[in-house]
Design a protein around this ligand. Structure first.
Ligand SMILES: C[S@@+](CC[C@H](N)C(=O)[O-])C[C@H]1O[C@@H](n2cnc3c(N)ncnc32)[C@H](O)[C@@H]1O
Length: 348
């Protein structure tokens, strides 16, 4: 036993426990509007923030101290500041760096611990729809800033000839669409095109249709409950999978169905979590987050469905290519990437 190494590891664990407890405090600040009330980055006292948000001043002071200890706020002589950069990540939902929504996804892991214990001792399956409700809204809020920032500006232009088709009027399926954040971003940008989102989780489809009505897009965008292997149509120009193919029990079956759903010159856009092809390559902060989430979410969801391939969130490009080759696609390439996502293109 090396005492110095033990000491280092204890330090790491204290950091990790502090991070987990801090995330619970992030959820409080998000829900109570504490971050939004400080988004102007002006110094505030606990009493003024409590007054502004209608919260208890003693608890607000404790929360602010926790924020300062976490490096989320700056403290000076009894006043606290949320720096502009932290405001982008924690307060401003339209900012590309907004991440507070992701805290709700992590919260769902704790809520669902007993279900995972049962899955691990049982057949490994836990379906998407059996998670705590904060999983669904958290996923929408976590992914939407990325779609708003990259999807129209970078990801679609990285695909061969797709933007021109969308501009002149294309038919698009968004498979495993969840609350439809990606579908609505595309629909807003391409008014000549028609978009249909499919997901096997009925309550998500109901929310997605509500979002389409709220956005005034219900005429051109619709959402229907269907699995990745049974949605209708053979005339799509573009079939998209946003962060969902690896969650499916039968990704090859889903890719084969996409093949049938596409026109001869159609395109699959596959957006997956960023991953290298080897475990060693994924021993990174991003890989850590994705493997941990995949243990609770993606892999048990896949194991709950037929075939139960269990790709996991860190499948990587080579494994995903094999899925599409097995499904009959002739062309497969990495179109672009971000620190969080691989954007892959498959064609017949
Ligand atoms: C991580 S969420 C991503 C949701 C959405 N694409 C987004 O980016 O916000 C995965 C989605 O895949 C859906 N899903 C999983 N297996 C499916 C299947 N076999 N057929 C259709 N949808 C499926 C789930 O219901 C869930 O909405």
């Amino acid at each position: 036993m090396d005492e110095a190494r033990l000491h280092d590891f204890m330090g790491k664990l204290v950091g990790d426990m502090g991070a987990a407890a801090t995330l619970a405090n992030v959820i409080l600040g998000d829900e109570l509007g504490l971050y939004r009330a400080m988004a102007d980055s002006l110094p505030t006292t606990p009493e003024a923030l409590a007054e502004k948000t209608g919260c208890h001043p003693r608890l607000v002071r404790e929360w602010l101290c926790a924020q300062a200890a976490s490096g989320y706020m700056v403290h000076d002589k009894g006043r606290f500041v949320l720096p502009e950069e932290q405001a982008m990540a924690l307060a401003l939902e339209d900012s590309p760096a907004y991440m507070a929504g992701g805290a709700a996804v992590v919260a769902a892991l704790f809520h669902d611990k007993d279900k995972l214990v049962a899955a691990m001792r049982g057949d490994g399956g836990l379906a998407w729809g059996d998670h705590h409700p904060c999983m669904f809204s958290g996923t929408e809020r976590f992914f939407r800033p990325g779609y708003r920032t990259f999807l129209v500006a970078e990801w679609l232009p990285a695909l061969e000839g797709v933007v021109a088709k969308l501009q002149s009027g294309a038919k698009v399926a968004d498979v495993g669409c969840g609350h439809g954040a990606s579908t609505l971003v595309m629909a807003q940008a391409f008014p000549a095109s028609t978009f249909i989102g499919y997901d096997y989780h009925g309550p998500s489809i109901a929310i997605a249709n509500m979002r389409a009505r709220e956005a005034g897009l219900a005429g051109r965008v619709s959402f229907q409950q269907a699995s990745a292997k049974d949605y209708p149509g053979h005339d799509h120009d573009l079939v998209c999978f946003f962060d969902c193919l690896h969650d499916m029990g039968d990704p090859v079956g889903a890719a084969k169905h996409a093949y049938r759903a596409l026109k001869a010159d159609g395109t699959v856009m596959l957006v997956e979590p960023y991953a290298e092809d080897s475990l060693e390559g994924n021993l990174t902060p991003v890989g850590r987050l994705f493997y941990a989430a995949s243990t609770f979410i993606c892999t048990p969801n896949s194991l709950s469905q037929e075939v139960g391939l269990g790709l996991g969130a860190q499948a990587g490009e080579a494994r995903l290519r094999a899925v599409f080759e097995e499904a009959g696609f002739n062309r497969f390439r990495r179109a672009t990437q971000t620190p969080f996502n691989l954007i892959l293109e498959a064609r017949k």
